[in-house]
Ligand binder design. Structure first.
Ligand code: MG
Length: 503
């Protein structure tokens, strides 16, 4: 990496320490989710809190701060990658410089307690146990938004923490468009003669060997191009990816002995996240450009592989003999169309993480609307349980009988994160838009029919992965697709695909 002046070089050198501390923390976090002995949770919390405090000190270090100010003043004289680094540093530093340390500490303490309360509340199906914690978390998020600053809506300040520049107004347009289109499509599917309430090939009566499922996932990882020599494939309660270094990107999956789909699809999803990190230019290692740019773009990579590839009927044509070879007793005589319908089964359900492609974004629309209304005091936390049920009925057509399956479903609010959920939907939008461009440049169907995923990966590496955080999401999407982000491509894709499957 070339540096225009010594200040810039020094700034990036100092950031290296922050980066190394962050990655060490990521390793502790991975270990916490995969290996931690039950008795070690307090010890681990203390270790992680110590690292967080070190990281905060590094950001607040007066030498670092004044270097960043000096370099920012002269940013017009810098190269493009340098300018991008300075932009990224200022964006990350905003939180440390604007939000008072007491508030950061209180937030951290509140969320640790809230997480434990949420677990208990979910176990007992008692929202009241979580309510005081949630109320406080909302208050602290409102305060944080005030400190961060915003023009129109305090929720904007929170959204920006997860997706640079994302606004409430953009979310509003996006979710209204999706809600109208997807509720209509859902009705069409439910009226189709191919629609099934339950499935014959999976469920309680069936047993899919866990060993075979793991081998199938390993087959998929190899096919996708995940570099296992620069990663690790494990198991955890919820699948996730941890980036410890470009050459140490770990993923996990989960297993259901009655159904081979969750493990395979989660493996493909997490591999999509990992391929992004493994593909960032080596030149950017340990700089502010060295990883995926935003949650939305990250999710676009996982959803691309999971849905645009993994659930694509043409790719499932390639996968049918593979699935039949791994599970001959269950699938040997099952025709390709049935396998495709199995992986593309649409059925309204209560749980977001189990939702199909059509209803998934409706679950997110609900969460976005509730968050925005809570942050702007349009609704009260104590009414959430009832509002959740009413919206589920309106959007998805099913109503949770319990809070466990309703308002207590997701862990996110107990972590204190507000503004995160919309990035899941953004990921689907970006993925559909990128696919549209990819198809103009590559014969995607032909490649998927042959199972040639290497060519697809090369395209993503060239256009998206190698850049790491060089371009912000709005710039990246324009560079790749030539236009701003729009929900149109996702809507068209879902309509075409599911009207054909459920014709
Ligand atoms: Mg993901």
């Amino acid at each position: 990496m070339h540096y225009t002046n010594t200040h810039t070089r020094k700034l990036v050198e100092q950031y290296r320490e922050i980066s190394l501390l962050n990655k060490t923390k990521a390793l502790l976090d991975w270990d916490l989710n995969v290996n931690l002995p039950p008795k070690a949770s307090e010890a681990r919390a203390a270790q992680m809190a110590q690292l967080t405090s070190l990281i905060t000190d590094r950001w607040l270090d007066s030498g670092f701060k004044s270097l960043l100010e000096k370099v920012t003043e002269k940013k017009d004289t810098l190269t493009q990658p340098e300018q991008a680094m300075v932009r990224n540093l200022n964006w990350s530093a905003k939180y440390y410089y604007r939000v008072p340390k007491e508030l950061i500490v209180e937030f951290s303490k509140t969320t640790s307690e809230a997480f434990m309360a949420w677990q208990q509340a979910k176990k007992e199906d008692n929202f009241k146990l979580f309510l005081p914690h949630l109320t406080k978390i909302i208050k602290l998020n409102q305060l944080t938004a005030e400190h961060l600053g915003f023009t129109d809506n305090p929720y904007d300040a929170l959204l920006d923490q997860f997706e640079q520049g994302l606004t409430t107004q953009q979310c509003k347009i996006m979710f209204e468009h999706l809600r109208t289109e997807l509720t209509t499509l859902l009705k069409v599917i439910q009226k189709s003669k191919h629609h099934r309430e339950s499935l014959d090939l999976v469920g309680e009566k069936h047993h899919y060997s866990l060993k075979r499922q793991r081998q199938l996932s390993q087959f998929a990882l190899k096919k996708l191009g995940y570099d296992i020599q620069a990663g690790h494939f494990g198991q955890s309660a919820h699948p996730f990816t941890t980036n410890i270094h470009r050459l140490d990107v770990r993923i996990t999956t989960w297993y259901d002995r009655h159904d081979p789909r969750p493990s395979l699809m989660a493996t493909i999803h997490e591999a999509g996240h990992a391929l992004y990190e493994q593909g960032v230019s080596e030149e950017y290692d340990l700089t502010p450009l060295d990883s995926g740019v935003s949650l939305g773009i990250h999710e676009s990579q996982s959803r691309f592989w999971e849905n645009q590839v993994g659930r694509n009927p043409i790719f499932l044509h390639f996968m049918t003999p593979v699935l039949q070879a791994f599970f001959p007793e269950q699938l040997a005589d099952v025709p390709e169309e049935e396998i495709s319908r199995l992986f593309n089964h649409v059925q309204p359900s209560l749980t977001r993480v189990e939702a199909d492609e059509v209803t998934y974004n409706l679950h997110l629309a609900l969460r976005y609307e509730l968050e925005e209304a809570l942050i702007t005091n349009k609704i009260k936390p104590k009414d959430l349980s009832e509002i959740w049920k009413a919206k589920m009925k309106e959007y998805i057509g099913v109503v949770p009988m319990t809070d466990r399956e309703g308002v207590l479903q997701d862990v996110h609010w107990s972590y204190g994160v507000f503004g995160y959920f919309p990035t899941y939907t953004l990921g689907n939008l970006y993925a559909a838009q990128f696919t549209q461009t990819l198809k103009k440049e590559l014969p995607l169907d032909e490649l998927l029919r042959r199972g040639d995923l290497g060519t697809v990966l090369s395209w993503l590496r060239e256009n998206i992965h190698q850049h790491g955080s060089l371009y912000w999401p709005d710039e990246l999407v324009k560079r790749v697709s030539g236009e701003e982000l729009t929900a149109t491509y996702l809507v068209d894709y879902l309509n075409t695909k599911y009207r054909s499957i459920y014709s």
